[in-house]
Design a protein around this ligand. Structure first.
Ligand SMILES: NC(=O)c1ccc[n+]([C@@H]2O[C@H](COP(=O)([O-])OP(=O)(O)OC[C@H]3O[C@@H](n4cnc5c(N)ncnc54)[C@H](OP(=O)(O)O)[C@@H]3O)[C@@H](O)[C@H]2O)c1
Ligand SMILES: *[C@@H]1O[C@H](CO)[C@@H](O)[C@H](O)[C@H]1NC(C)=O
Ligand SMILES: *[C@@H]1O[C@H](CO)[C@@H](O)[C@H](O)[C@H]1NC(C)=O
Length: 229
Protein backbone atom coordinates (compact mmCIF):
# COMPACT_ATOMS: atom_id res chain seq x y z
CA UNK A 1 0.00 0.00 0.00
CA UNK A 2 1.30 3.42 -0.95
CA UNK A 3 0.86 6.22 1.59
CA UNK A 4 1.49 9.48 -0.15
CA UNK A 5 3.11 12.16 1.91
CA UNK A 6 3.56 15.82 1.17
CA UNK A 7 5.75 18.41 2.82
CA UNK A 8 3.82 20.87 5.04
CA UNK A 9 4.41 23.72 2.60
CA UNK A 10 2.53 21.89 -0.16
CA UNK A 11 -0.31 21.02 2.22
CA UNK A 12 -0.74 24.61 3.30
CA UNK A 13 -0.51 25.98 -0.23
CA UNK A 14 -3.37 23.70 -1.30
CA UNK A 15 -5.41 24.51 1.78
CA UNK A 16 -5.09 28.26 1.39
CA UNK A 17 -5.25 28.72 -2.39
CA UNK A 18 -8.68 27.04 -2.39
CA UNK A 19 -10.58 29.52 -0.17
CA UNK A 20 -8.99 32.43 -2.02
CA UNK A 21 -10.23 31.25 -5.42
CA UNK A 22 -13.58 29.92 -4.20
CA UNK A 23 -14.44 33.20 -2.50
CA UNK A 24 -13.63 35.17 -5.65
CA UNK A 25 -15.94 33.00 -7.75
CA UNK A 26 -18.84 34.05 -5.53
CA UNK A 27 -17.66 37.65 -5.39
CA UNK A 28 -17.64 37.95 -9.18
CA UNK A 29 -20.92 36.05 -9.29
CA UNK A 30 -19.87 33.63 -11.97
CA UNK A 31 -22.85 31.94 -13.72
CA UNK A 32 -24.88 29.15 -12.08
CA UNK A 33 -24.58 30.49 -8.53
CA UNK A 34 -27.21 33.18 -8.05
CA UNK A 35 -29.24 33.03 -11.27
CA UNK A 36 -28.58 34.52 -14.70
CA UNK A 37 -29.60 38.08 -14.15
CA UNK A 38 -26.86 38.51 -11.54
CA UNK A 39 -24.01 37.05 -13.59
CA UNK A 40 -20.90 39.24 -13.14
CA UNK A 41 -23.00 42.05 -11.62
CA UNK A 42 -21.12 43.66 -8.73
CA UNK A 43 -22.83 44.34 -5.42
CA UNK A 44 -23.89 47.92 -4.61
CA UNK A 45 -22.83 47.55 -0.95
CA UNK A 46 -19.33 48.82 -0.23
CA UNK A 47 -18.93 46.39 2.70
CA UNK A 48 -19.14 43.48 0.25
CA UNK A 49 -16.09 44.80 -1.60
CA UNK A 50 -14.27 45.47 1.63
CA UNK A 51 -15.01 41.94 2.86
CA UNK A 52 -13.60 40.53 -0.36
CA UNK A 53 -10.42 42.57 0.08
CA UNK A 54 -10.02 41.39 3.68
CA UNK A 55 -10.71 37.74 2.88
CA UNK A 56 -8.27 37.75 -0.04
CA UNK A 57 -5.67 39.63 1.99
CA UNK A 58 -5.89 37.01 4.73
CA UNK A 59 -5.24 34.05 2.45
CA UNK A 60 -2.60 35.80 0.34
CA UNK A 61 -0.80 36.62 3.59
CA UNK A 62 -1.00 32.96 4.62
CA UNK A 63 0.33 31.80 1.26
CA UNK A 64 3.23 34.24 1.36
CA UNK A 65 4.04 33.28 4.94
CA UNK A 66 4.07 29.61 4.03
CA UNK A 67 6.48 30.35 1.19
CA UNK A 68 8.74 32.89 2.85
CA UNK A 69 8.37 32.97 6.64
CA UNK A 70 7.70 29.60 8.27
CA UNK A 71 10.53 27.23 9.00
CA UNK A 72 8.93 23.81 9.24
CA UNK A 73 10.63 21.08 11.19
CA UNK A 74 8.40 18.20 10.14
CA UNK A 75 9.56 16.64 6.89
CA UNK A 76 6.23 15.37 5.63
CA UNK A 77 2.51 15.12 6.27
CA UNK A 78 0.09 12.36 5.29
CA UNK A 79 -2.11 13.02 2.25
CA UNK A 80 -5.17 12.19 4.37
CA UNK A 81 -4.70 15.49 6.24
CA UNK A 82 -5.04 17.42 3.02
CA UNK A 83 -8.54 16.07 2.38
CA UNK A 84 -9.74 16.77 5.88
CA UNK A 85 -8.34 20.28 6.01
CA UNK A 86 -9.46 21.18 2.50
CA UNK A 87 -13.03 20.06 3.18
CA UNK A 88 -12.99 22.33 6.19
CA UNK A 89 -11.40 25.45 4.70
CA UNK A 90 -12.93 25.18 1.23
CA UNK A 91 -16.37 24.30 2.53
CA UNK A 92 -16.52 27.16 4.98
CA UNK A 93 -15.15 29.61 2.39
CA UNK A 94 -17.92 28.65 -0.05
CA UNK A 95 -20.60 28.87 2.61
CA UNK A 96 -19.47 32.29 3.86
CA UNK A 97 -18.93 33.65 0.35
CA UNK A 98 -22.36 32.47 -0.78
CA UNK A 99 -24.11 34.55 1.87
CA UNK A 100 -21.87 37.63 1.85
CA UNK A 101 -22.04 38.00 -1.93
CA UNK A 102 -25.69 37.09 -2.21
CA UNK A 103 -27.80 39.65 -4.13
CA UNK A 104 -30.17 39.85 -1.15
CA UNK A 105 -27.36 40.41 1.40
CA UNK A 106 -28.13 43.19 3.89
CA UNK A 107 -25.24 45.29 5.26
CA UNK A 108 -24.57 45.59 9.04
CA UNK A 109 -27.26 47.27 11.17
CA UNK A 110 -24.93 49.87 12.70
CA UNK A 111 -23.65 50.86 9.27
CA UNK A 112 -20.29 52.47 8.75
CA UNK A 113 -19.30 52.67 12.40
CA UNK A 114 -19.65 48.93 12.76
CA UNK A 115 -17.62 48.33 9.61
CA UNK A 116 -14.87 50.72 10.71
CA UNK A 117 -14.54 49.08 14.10
CA UNK A 118 -14.45 45.67 12.44
CA UNK A 119 -11.74 46.67 9.97
CA UNK A 120 -9.66 48.04 12.84
CA UNK A 121 -9.95 44.75 14.76
CA UNK A 122 -9.23 42.74 11.64
CA UNK A 123 -6.11 44.69 10.66
CA UNK A 124 -4.78 44.83 14.21
CA UNK A 125 -5.03 41.05 14.52
CA UNK A 126 -3.54 40.39 11.09
CA UNK A 127 -0.53 42.53 12.01
CA UNK A 128 -0.29 40.81 15.39
CA UNK A 129 -0.44 37.38 13.83
CA UNK A 130 2.23 38.31 11.31
CA UNK A 131 4.47 39.70 14.05
CA UNK A 132 4.24 36.43 15.97
CA UNK A 133 5.16 34.43 12.90
CA UNK A 134 8.23 36.59 12.36
CA UNK A 135 9.18 36.19 16.02
CA UNK A 136 8.84 32.38 15.78
CA UNK A 137 10.85 32.33 12.59
CA UNK A 138 13.66 34.22 14.26
CA UNK A 139 13.77 31.61 17.03
CA UNK A 140 14.87 29.02 14.54
CA UNK A 141 18.10 29.50 12.60
CA UNK A 142 17.71 28.63 8.91
CA UNK A 143 17.97 24.90 8.28
CA UNK A 144 17.79 23.91 11.95
CA UNK A 145 15.04 22.13 13.88
CA UNK A 146 15.54 23.64 17.31
CA UNK A 147 12.61 24.91 19.33
CA UNK A 148 12.95 27.66 21.94
CA UNK A 149 10.68 29.45 24.38
CA UNK A 150 9.25 32.44 22.53
CA UNK A 151 9.55 35.75 24.35
CA UNK A 152 8.26 39.26 23.62
CA UNK A 153 10.52 41.23 21.29
CA UNK A 154 10.76 44.96 20.60
CA UNK A 155 7.61 44.69 18.47
CA UNK A 156 4.65 45.51 20.79
CA UNK A 157 2.41 42.98 19.02
CA UNK A 158 4.59 40.21 20.42
CA UNK A 159 4.09 41.37 24.02
CA UNK A 160 1.11 39.07 24.17
CA UNK A 161 3.72 36.34 24.67
CA UNK A 162 3.84 37.55 28.28
CA UNK A 163 0.34 36.17 28.83
CA UNK A 164 -0.28 33.38 26.33
CA UNK A 165 1.67 30.56 24.72
CA UNK A 166 0.04 30.85 21.29
CA UNK A 167 -0.67 34.53 20.56
CA UNK A 168 -0.73 33.65 16.86
CA UNK A 169 -3.95 31.70 17.53
CA UNK A 170 -5.35 34.47 19.74
CA UNK A 171 -4.84 36.95 16.90
CA UNK A 172 -6.22 34.50 14.38
CA UNK A 173 -9.47 34.16 16.31
CA UNK A 174 -9.60 37.93 16.81
CA UNK A 175 -9.33 38.62 13.13
CA UNK A 176 -12.21 36.26 12.32
CA UNK A 177 -14.30 37.95 14.98
CA UNK A 178 -13.51 41.23 13.22
CA UNK A 179 -14.61 39.70 9.92
CA UNK A 180 -17.84 38.47 11.52
CA UNK A 181 -18.61 41.95 12.87
CA UNK A 182 -17.84 43.48 9.49
CA UNK A 183 -20.10 41.18 7.48
CA UNK A 184 -22.67 40.46 10.20
CA UNK A 185 -23.17 37.07 8.67
CA UNK A 186 -24.06 33.87 10.54
CA UNK A 187 -21.75 31.43 8.69
CA UNK A 188 -18.80 33.73 9.50
CA UNK A 189 -19.73 33.71 13.18
CA UNK A 190 -19.89 29.92 13.09
CA UNK A 191 -16.54 29.70 11.31
CA UNK A 192 -15.03 31.91 14.03
CA UNK A 193 -16.52 29.73 16.74
CA UNK A 194 -15.34 26.44 15.23
CA UNK A 195 -11.94 28.03 14.60
CA UNK A 196 -11.76 29.16 18.19
CA UNK A 197 -12.50 25.66 19.47
CA UNK A 198 -9.90 24.11 17.16
CA UNK A 199 -7.28 26.75 18.00
CA UNK A 200 -7.91 26.20 21.71
CA UNK A 201 -7.30 22.47 21.34
CA UNK A 202 -4.06 23.07 19.45
CA UNK A 203 -2.99 25.82 21.83
CA UNK A 204 -3.50 23.56 24.84
CA UNK A 205 -1.41 20.88 23.17
CA UNK A 206 1.41 23.31 22.33
CA UNK A 207 1.23 24.82 25.81
CA UNK A 208 1.54 21.39 27.40
CA UNK A 209 4.51 20.47 25.27
CA UNK A 210 6.24 23.75 26.12
CA UNK A 211 5.72 23.00 29.84
CA UNK A 212 7.10 19.51 29.39
CA UNK A 213 10.08 20.59 27.30
CA UNK A 214 11.16 23.65 29.29
CA UNK A 215 11.55 23.47 33.08
CA UNK A 216 11.79 27.27 33.30
CA UNK A 217 8.67 27.99 31.23
CA UNK A 218 7.00 31.29 32.31
CA UNK A 219 4.22 30.29 34.76
CA UNK A 220 1.98 33.27 33.98
CA UNK A 221 1.11 32.04 30.50
CA UNK A 222 -2.21 30.46 29.51
CA UNK A 223 -2.58 28.61 26.20
CA UNK A 224 -4.73 31.06 24.20
CA UNK A 225 -6.88 33.49 26.26
CA UNK A 226 -4.98 35.40 28.98
CA UNK A 227 -5.82 34.12 32.49
CA UNK A 228 -8.82 32.13 31.26
CA UNK A 229 -8.12 29.40 28.72
N1 LIG B 1 -2.80 17.73 15.62
C1 LIG B 1 -2.35 18.74 16.32
O1 LIG B 1 -2.21 18.67 17.53
C2 LIG B 1 -1.99 19.99 15.61
C3 LIG B 1 -1.55 21.06 16.36
C4 LIG B 1 -1.24 22.22 15.71
C5 LIG B 1 -1.31 22.28 14.34
N2 LIG B 1 -1.73 21.24 13.59
C6 LIG B 1 -1.76 21.33 12.12
O2 LIG B 1 -1.03 22.47 11.73
C7 LIG B 1 -1.79 23.35 10.93
C8 LIG B 1 -1.82 24.74 11.52
O3 LIG B 1 -0.83 24.92 12.43
P1 LIG B 1 -0.03 26.23 12.48
O4 LIG B 1 -0.66 27.19 11.50
O5 LIG B 1 0.08 26.65 13.88
O6 LIG B 1 1.38 25.91 11.82
P2 LIG B 1 2.58 24.94 12.29
O7 LIG B 1 2.48 23.65 11.59
O8 LIG B 1 2.63 24.89 13.75
O9 LIG B 1 3.82 25.69 11.64
C9 LIG B 1 4.49 26.86 12.16
C10 LIG B 1 5.99 26.83 12.06
O10 LIG B 1 6.64 27.60 13.11
C11 LIG B 1 7.53 26.77 13.83
N3 LIG B 1 7.64 26.99 15.29
C12 LIG B 1 6.61 26.92 16.17
N4 LIG B 1 7.01 27.13 17.45
C13 LIG B 1 8.35 27.31 17.39
C14 LIG B 1 9.33 27.58 18.38
N5 LIG B 1 9.02 27.70 19.67
N6 LIG B 1 10.62 27.72 17.98
C15 LIG B 1 10.92 27.60 16.68
N7 LIG B 1 10.03 27.37 15.70
C16 LIG B 1 8.75 27.23 16.02
C17 LIG B 1 6.91 25.42 13.66
O11 LIG B 1 7.85 24.44 13.96
P3 LIG B 1 7.44 22.91 14.17
O12 LIG B 1 7.24 22.41 12.77
O13 LIG B 1 8.62 22.34 14.85
O14 LIG B 1 6.19 22.88 15.00
C18 LIG B 1 6.45 25.42 12.24
O15 LIG B 1 7.50 25.14 11.37
C19 LIG B 1 -3.16 22.79 10.85
O16 LIG B 1 -3.54 22.69 9.51
C20 LIG B 1 -3.11 21.46 11.55
O17 LIG B 1 -3.31 20.41 10.64
C21 LIG B 1 -2.05 20.08 14.23
C1 LIG C 1 1.67 29.27 16.57
O1 LIG C 1 2.23 29.26 17.86
C2 LIG C 1 2.55 27.99 18.38
C3 LIG C 1 3.11 28.19 19.77
O2 LIG C 1 4.23 29.03 19.78
C4 LIG C 1 3.52 27.29 17.47
O3 LIG C 1 3.81 25.99 17.95
C5 LIG C 1 2.93 27.20 16.07
O4 LIG C 1 3.84 26.61 15.21
C6 LIG C 1 2.60 28.59 15.58
N1 LIG C 1 2.04 28.55 14.24
C7 LIG C 1 2.65 29.15 13.22
C8 LIG C 1 2.01 29.04 11.89
O5 LIG C 1 3.66 29.78 13.35
C1 LIG D 1 -2.58 33.31 12.41
O1 LIG D 1 -1.79 32.26 12.79
C2 LIG D 1 -2.24 30.96 12.50
C3 LIG D 1 -1.28 29.96 13.08
O2 LIG D 1 -0.12 30.53 13.51
C4 LIG D 1 -2.40 30.83 11.00
O3 LIG D 1 -2.80 29.50 10.66
C5 LIG D 1 -3.44 31.84 10.55
O4 LIG D 1 -3.60 31.84 9.18
C6 LIG D 1 -3.11 33.25 11.01
N1 LIG D 1 -4.28 34.06 10.98
C7 LIG D 1 -4.33 35.29 10.51
C8 LIG D 1 -5.56 36.04 10.83
O5 LIG D 1 -3.45 35.78 9.85
Amino acid sequence: MIITVLVPGQVFLTEYAGPLIIYLLFYFRVPFIYGHKYDFITSQHSVVHLACICHSFHYIKRLLETLFVHRFSHGTMPLRNIFKNCMYYWGFAAWMAYYINHPLYTPPVFGEDQVKLAVAIFLFCQLGNFSIHIALRNLRPAGSKTRKIPFPTRNPFTWLFLLVSCPNYTYEVGSWIGFAIMTQCLPVALFSLVGFIQMTIWAKGKHRSYLKEFKDYPPLRSPIVPFIL
